[in-house]
Design a protein around this ligand. Sequence first.
Ligand SMILES: [Zn+2]
Length: 268
Amino acid sequence: MKNVNRILGIGALSMMMMACTTNPITGRKSLQLANDQEIASMALQQYRETLTKSKVISGTTAAKSVQNVGARIKNAANNYYRSIGRESDLANYQWEFNLIDDKQVNAWCMPGGKVAVYTGILPISKTDTGLAVVLGHEVSHALAGHGNERISQAMVAQYGGAIIGSTTSGQMATIFQQVYPIGAQVALLKYGRSQELEADEMGLYLMSMAGYDPREAQPFWQRMESSSSSSGTPEFLSTHPSPENRRADLNKHMPKALEYYKNAGGKI
Ligand SMILES: [Zn+2]
């Protein structure tokens, strides 16, 4: 922050403070300088391009599971945001959940709610509840505005205070391409560690609100850890703390998750 302070004037700094958003589920604050609608529209274009280049599976049991679990997570999020009067936060989301035939152990969600699950993750997710861990985590990256946060950080790093409030669409498109590389390379996107932790926490709550047992999250992450050596580094593990830290974190959030699960009709 010290360097940023030096680059930016007082006016720009106060604008940045105004551009901070508080996550209604985790309470974490993040910098959101970019226009969500603009990001969502670029994400949609990127998503369509990716689907065109990929083999999208539809109609199979697995594809239906991805759709159904995705819909339940999405509905849980809608209900929660409505219950706290923050439904306007979701105005730019148009959810879509697609299964792609690809052996990579991966899944991702772009800003605006465009989700892809690769078939390579299915042997690890195993059940709908395992899939709910995956989709809860990915949907949370989008809901928490992690794309906007990464773009905002890139805006400040590359252009300093001058960019704030006056980003041209060309500059935005360039930054967007850096954060969400084209086509199959989307699989390589990396979030920061604090974003991964937040997606874990928020994902755990969302799956619980959707009626999936959060106690299945731990075994899922264990299966994920033991698979990662043979198949590269999935998005989930790219910048994440050690398995021990992840385990400790899940345990910390479990009581609240179980409350949500109980409220959704789950048996404890
Ligand atoms: Zn992640």
